[in-house]
Write a protein that binds this ligand. Sequence first.
Ligand code: EPU
Length: 390
Amino acid sequence: MSLSTAAPSLAELTTLRVGGPADAYVEATTEAELIDTIRAADDAGEPLLVVGGGSNLLVADEGFGGVVVRDARTGFERESQDACGGASVTAVGGQDWDDLVVAAVENGWVGIESLSGIPGTVGAAPVQNIGAYGQEVAGALSTVRTWDRLRGRVRTFAVGELALGYRTSVLKESMRGAPTADDPRAPWFPTPRYVVLAVTFQFRLGTLSAPVGYGELARRLGVEVGERAPQGDLRAAVLELRAGKGMLADGRFGAAPGADRDRFSAGSFFTNPVVPADQAHLLPAEAPRYPVRTAMPMTSTGPSLGVVDPTLVKTSAAWLIDHAGFAKGFGLAGAASRATLSTKHTLALTNRGGASADDVVALARVIRDGVQDAYGITLEPEPVLVGVSL
Ligand code: EPU
């Protein structure tokens, strides 16, 4: 464990590259160090911010008045593999997500190939149930080992206990819930009650991908939605699509994101609005409508596309933003212009260089209010906002 006195700024620890200093900073290199640090902060009543890849965080310019701990562990292990049961693989929370996807594609572990190129760590993946191109991590999870900050002990969740939904889980929900008799310290913010220590995946074996669940990706691969493609081809196609949208992981934590300012972002800044199907007529007529699928269950033939929930419809936040008058590259005047929409995708707010958290927040407010005025839909931010709010 390294406890540095000169704590880094959150700008150095996040992909948006904004945020002031931390009071204290710890890099945990073992599970015991991670738990000890969390326990010490909690016992002392110190605010705690556990960071992984820093790709889903927007922290205030004042910084964080508490302990920031980065899970600096890496590694994953195949625990079993056979033709019937598939492969069971456990990765530590700090493991770079995309390096695990690379290994999965190389080893013929099917179920996360569409999640290629997503920034961040394994530990963050189940918290917000990362998803892209028709796949969610929910479909490949087996168990999640966590540190329960309330009870002060390890708790392992089976996938069915995680209440995984669109960009949410019980882990994420613990950050918003009101106090109850069972959990008087709720809500836990900005770090969930349960801190992910390790994740066990259950993969089917094969050279072909899971069924392709996204039209844009299927077209690029020359297959129909629901058909499979060679895993390597699918990964390559996803990386191309993500690169075109400026939403590519740029390697490990701390790696310079190169000259492309469109990559100084927290990915999608807003979630796609989900509305009850019986109110879908209130959406603008031309706006995209996507089916909402329940968490994708493993079947005997591997991860399926999941069952469409007929009671819900998802629309596109990017489309709403674009059509409310905020084109790619949109920015405010003056100093706040240091933050703009990505020039490649309207859903990413980007730091063009020297942007403050306030610049990003000012832009986010204008976008949210503009969409609200135009369409009556309130966009919800996807990243965790620490010390700032819209
Ligand atoms: N669109 C625009 N203008 C733009 C970009 C997109 O109008 O500048 C419209 C288009 O009509 C397009 C639609 O938005 O068809 C949807 O865009 P896209 O396919 O890029 O996907 P998205 O819904 O904006 C979601 C996820 C992404 C994920 C992609 C691909 C959320 C909040 N975002 O974006 O995930 O990579 O689908 O599956 O669910 C993230 O969560 O951080 C993230 C990047």
